[in-house]
Each structure stands twice: as structure tokens, then as C-alpha cells.
Design a protein around this ligand. Structure first.
Ligand SMILES: CCCCC/C=C\CCCC/C=C/C(=O)SCCNC(=O)CCNC(=O)[C@H](O)C(C)(C)COP(=O)(O)OP(=O)(O)OC[C@H]1O[C@@H](n2cnc3c(N)ncnc32)[C@H](O)[C@@H]1OP(=O)(O)O
Length: 283
């Protein structure tokens, strides 16, 4: 049985929430811990599409700190939307940006990646909707992915005329073959659920969100008889090369992001992409 909200981090207004919040509906991230299993279900809750702006990333980062401090037994990452897991990075954070905010935005995304990719507790993404770009990245940071049918997932950056950073690429390479990752990254492929299963981008297909959560729980249950310390040390050892690479290059990575995104050609591309998205949603 899911017990009440453990902590619902940062509200949409950017105010940190209290431990037992009155209403979860206005929180960017809702965390519920199962009394029996100790597993936390972390729900992204920024309508309409969970695009990752600075506030949502900060809320995710705080949530991951809470889980680690509370020695979480496992986390299931999902979304409150009926059709979108996450639309990826909020394009408004990159379009006509203020440089200071942009630096904080990118640094917070790096924090989330470090904490999720390197988390000591086991993690599963219950992908209950579309999951392009940064949405796909969040799921790739998890150890296991269960995806509902008839959605799309992938690192589609090249289709936007931008380059996925090397740590995005490393996360994808960790989940599927190098060859498939190269094809997917260069083409900017958005896979259907069935295609994603075939290349190993997701591990299981679910018929509904409930089914996805049940399958995610079954994955976490597999570790019941494994020493948590041995498990986390093994995971972190396997991922340490990718983690150290970004740790050693954090500042350069932020500078490169700011430089690349502020290029007039990239700004024009983002403008056109935003217009196309708005025109589509207006139909
Ligand atoms: C080595 C060199 C390094 C160089 C570094 C350079 C660059 C940095 C790389 C950055 C990496 C980028 C990662 C990203 O994540 S970029 C974001 C990519 N995301 C997408 O392409 C997804 C776009 N969205 C969609 O495809 C669809 O919205 C959907 C997720 C499939 C959901 O479709 P649907 O349910 O039909 O919703 P709508 O399309 O109608 O959207 C509803 C409203 O939400 C707005 N929206 C959607 N996505 C975003 C977004 N990512 N950011 C901001 N806003 C978004 C959409 O415009 C609608 O708004 P409206 O209601 O006001 O019209």
C-alpha cells in the first residue's frame, strides 16, 4: 500500500515543500514510499509534458538526495501525465537564454545525472508515455526500463540540429550495443516501444501504467536476497568511468553547452522547432 507523500519537493513556484504536504497535485515531483517494500515511486508532475526546466531538475535532484539520505531500497521513476513520461529538456531554457540561469540549469542537469546514474539504490523507469531526448536520458540513467505500448523514446538531438553531450551518449551505450547506439544517436531515432525493446533500449513492455509499476516492482524484488552494499558497489564500479569523465570536465561541459546553444544558427533552429511544436499543439 502506498503511504502518503514522503516529500514533494519544490513547488511550481519554486518553494521547497514540507515533509507531509497537504496537496501533492501542485508539486513538481511526488514521492510515495511503499510501507511494505520500502520502494519509492517518484512521479514527475510538471504538466503538460514534464519538460525539464531548472525548477523540475532541482526538485528531482533534491528527491534523489532524500532517497539516498533515507537509504532507499529502490526507486521507480514515472510520470503523472497520461501520455508523456518527459518531453526532455525545456526548450525555453535554451531559447533566448540568460547565461547565468543557463549555467545553473546545465549544472543541475549534471547533478541529476550524477545522482541518478550513480545512485546506490536500484532504479527503474516506468515509462508511461513519450520519452524523447532528456526524457530518454532520465530513463537511461535507471538500471531497468519498462515501457507502455504505443509511445516513442530516443535521443533525437541530431534531428534538432544539436549534439547530445558525451555523457548522454555514454548512458545510451550502457544500455544497448555500441553499434545500435551509434545508429540511434546519429540518426536521432525515436523508437516505438516495440522497436526499443528489440534494440534493448527498454527491457520490458507493459500494457498500462499499473502493469509497468508491477513489472518495475518485480525487478526491484530481484535484489531482495542480494547484499545492498555489494550490489551498489558493483553498479558504481561498472559506471565509474562515465561518471569520472564528466566529473573531470564539468566546467568545460557547461561552457561548451553555453557556447553551442547561444550560436545564432542553433537559436534559429530552436525557434523554428518551437514554432512547429506550437503549431502542432494548436491544431
Ligand atoms: C558536443 C557539443 C555539445 C553541444 C551542446 C548543444 C546542445 C545541448 C544539447 C541539449 C540536449 C537536448 C536535450 C533535449 O531534451 S531537447 C528537447 C527535445 N524534446 C523534444 O524534441 C520533444 C518535443 N515535444 C514533443 O515531441 C511532444 O510535445 C511530445 C513530448 C511527443 C508530446 O506531444 P503532445 O502530448 O501532443 O503535446 P504537445 O506537443 O501538444 O505539447 C504540449 C505543450 O508543451 C510544449 N512542449 C512540448 N515539448 C516541449 C519541450 N521539450 N520544451 C518546452 N515546451 C515543450 C508544446 O510546445 C506545447 O505547448 P503549447 O501548449 O504552449 O503550444
Amino acid at each position: 500500500m502506498l503511504r502518503s507523500v514522503l516529500r514533494a519537493s519544490t513547488t511550481r513556484l519554486g518553494v521547497t515543500g514540507s515533509r507531509f504536504c497537504s496537496s501533492a497535485a501542485d508539486k513538481l515531483v511526488i514521492t510515495e514510499v511503499d510501507d511494505k517494500t520500502g520502494y519509492a515511486t517518484v512521479t514527475l508532475n510538471r504538466p503538460p509534458v514534464n519538460s525539464l526546466n531548472l525548477e523540475l531538475l532541482t526538485a528531482i535532484s533534491e528527491t534523489l538526495d532524500d532517497l539516498q539520505n533515507n537509504k532507499s531500497r529502490g526507486m521507480i521513476l514515472t510520470s503523472s501525465s497520461k501520455s508523456v513520461f518527459s518531453a526532455g529538456l525545456d526548450i525555453m531554457e535554451m531559447y533566448k537564454p540568460k547565461v547565468d540561469r543557463m549555467k545553473e540549469f546545465w549544472s543541475t542537469l549534471q547533478d541529476v545525472w550524477f545522482k541518478l546514474y550513480g545512485s546506490p539504490f536500484p532504479t527503474v523507469a516506468a515509462i508511461n508515455g513519450h520519452s524523447p531526448a532528456g526524457g530518454c536520458l532520465l530513463s537511461l540513467c535507471c538500471e531497468y526500463r519498462v515501457m507502455c505500448q504505443n509511445y516513442t523514446i530516443g535521443l533525437n538531438e541530431t534531428r534538432l540540429g544539436i549534439v547530445a553531450p558525451t555523457w548522454f551518449m555514454a548512458s545510451m551505450r550502457n544500455a544497448m550495443s555500441r553499434r545500435d547506439a551509434e545508429m540511434a544517436l546519429t540518426l536521432g531515432t525515436l523508437f516505438t516501444t516495440d522497436e526499443a525493446l528489440k534494440v534493448g533500449l527498454v527491457d520490458e513492455v507493459a500494457t498500462s501504467k499499473e502493469d509497468a509499476i508491477a513489472k518495475a516492482t518485480a525487478f526491484l524484488d530481484k535484489f531482495k536476497k542480494i547484499s545492498p552494499q555489494a550490489r551498489s558497489m558493483t553498479k558504481q564500479a561498472l559506471r565509474s568511468k562515465d561518471i569520472m569523465e564528466l566529473e573531470d570536465n564539468r566546467t568545460q561541459d557547461i561552457d561548451l553547452f553555453v557556447y553551442a546553444v547561444t550560436q545564432p544558427k542553433v537559436q534559429k533552429g530552436l525557434e523554428m522547432y518551437l514554432e512547429a511544436l506550437k503549431a502542432k499543439s494548436a491544431k
